[in-house]
Design a protein. Structure first.
Length: 163
């Protein structure tokens, strides 16, 4: 099955750190990887969530990119923070306190909202208010995107033929 996760969903985390996987993805994730997922920190203040087979590909790529300082730093970030999780019968995963803390998803005494954002073969998990602030910034920046210029914006635009 080819993964093509897209869209965003608002989900809750309970006081124990259990996060609901959006209903629209559950069946595909069960079919693709029996609900086995991998969470990892990302370069932005969010988590990445991969179906286990996609994570296996990334892990191989990360271990084969050499020994430069950047390669070592990327391996430390992604592999060093990776956690294997499995969806329970209610469609939830447990996000560790360490990962929750790094992106501001500490639950304290009550529930907190997160945004799960499909990114093709993987997902991003953001604290909901951080995601909306990021979206506001991106939308503001997009106003200045000159799709007819000769710089990098034009290179992007040439690949986005539907705009």
């Amino acid at each position: 099955m080819s993964s093509n996760y897209c869209g965003m969903s608002s989900v809750g985390l309970d006081a124990k750190g259990r996060m609901s996987i959006p209903t629209k993805y559950r069946d595909q994730l069960l079919a693709e990887c029996e609900g086995r997922l991998v969470l990892s920190l990302d370069r932005s203040p969010n988590l990445l969530m991969f179906p286990e087979p996609a994570w296996d590909v990334l892990q191989q790529e990360l271990t084969s990119i050499g020994a430069s300082d950047k390669a070592v730093r990327l391996r430390r970030l992604y592999l060093g923070s990776a956690e294997h999780v499995k969806m329970d019968s209610a469609g939830r995963i447990l996000v560790s306190p360490e990962l929750r803390k790094r992106i501001g998803l500490e639950t304290g005494a009550g529930a907190i909202k997160a945004s799960v954002v499909g990114q093709g073969g993987k997902f991003e998990i953001w604290r909901e208010d951080t995601w909306f602030k990021y979206l506001d910034d991106v939308m503001e920046d997009a106003k200045d995107l000159d799709l007819g210029s000769d710089d990098a914006d034009a290179q992007i635009a040439s690949r986005l033929t539907m705009l």
